[in-house]
Design a protein. Structure first.
Length: 82
């Protein structure tokens, strides 16, 4: 028994669930849940991305883009003289 639920009660609940949702929808939900679990496990096993994997050229490009963004941000913050 699972927490006071008999096997007969579980069968009745499962039959009601199948009648309400239908077998196609239940299979689809099972497939979606299985895919989500698989994706989660794959994500947990992946190597985290570090900046060490990036080439120096990529890092220089990022720094230049950041500097350009900062300059644009400063220009928009300056009050206009009327």
């Amino acid at each position: 028994m699972l927490g006071g639920i008999s096997p007969i009660q579980l069968v009745i609940v499962l039959v009601i669930v199948v009648l309400i949702f239908g077998t196609k929808k239940l299979r689809g939900m099972g497939k979606d849940i299985g895919g989500a679990v698989k994706g989660f496990k794959d994500g947990m096993n992946e190597k985290p991305e570090d900046d060490a994997d990036e080439t120096p050229e990529m890092l220089q490009k990022k720094e230049a883009e950041d500097a350009q963004f900062d300059e644009q941000k400063k220009k928009t913050k300056q009050p206009k003289d009327d």
